[in-house]
Design a protein around this ligand. Sequence first.
Ligand code: NAI
Length: 278
Amino acid sequence: MKFGVIGAGQMGGGIAQVAAQSGFDVVVQDVKQEFLDRGRAVIEKSLAKLHEKGRLTDTPDVILGRMEFKTDLNAFADCDLVVEAIVENEGVKADLFRQLGQIVKPEGVLASNTSSIPITALASASGRPERFIGMHFMNPVPLMQLVEVIRGYSTSDETAQFVTQTAERMGKTPLACNDFPGFVSNRILMPMLNEAIQCVMEGVAEPEAIDGIMKLGMNHPMGPLTLADFIGLDTCLAIMEVLHRGLGDDKYRPSPLLRKMVQAGLLGRKSGQGFYTY
Ligand code: NAI
């Protein structure tokens, strides 16, 4: 099976790595060679670590040998499945799927790793809504078990089954849901992160205390501000905007502090500064 991944950032790189670890031939695409080089370096480091711990069935070289890194979208023409993991922006994703719908062989399945954007809208843009689905991996992909599988309005049973089986072949646990804003994971998670940010803005407590209270008090593995930095504050803001627009209720309003930090270029771990310094 040939597996395509669009975007060599934290999610795309992780998805591509796990696909190659699972024995698939993988092609990864990004808009610039330097983004591909950076993505490949992260994958190499992760594979070396997993190898050291004895958690790989093949050597890193064999796994990397299954991967191709390209800037040209035409590299996806003969893919059986293409998973998109680019910026969380509906217009940009829809444009991409409009092009992909023309490039990928007609029987190929297209999937989005979007955190919150309507699958049905992206499916329409692709021109093959029955072979379109949400395949939402969790960060970091090599370590996290879940894949949230989101059916769009027209997704066929065959497509849902194919993607479910593929997630299982990647060693993941797929769980199904329907296409509503934020699906299940981010509809529940993101308002909590947003509320933690609101607590910082209102001076309820210092970031370390907020994270410590949620870790020790709720037994969460990571505090909400650490998690927001890890996800990327730009991505958090984009998801809150989708929830607010899609569900209407004021409880989904993005915290003004979140908006301001994104405007200032403080995006969390990936920019070196968010609620903490990296
Ligand atoms: P990122 O910023 O780390 O990576 C995005 C990559 O996409 C960059 O390398 C960028 O150059 C590339 N890109 C942008 N436009 C492109 C285009 N038109 N064609 C090809 N490549 C393009 O972002 P991240 O965190 O990997 O997020 C990607 C997607 O995954 C988003 O939709 C996000 O909502 C979703 N997601 C993010 C999670 C997280 O924890 N960060 C978790 C689950 C889903």
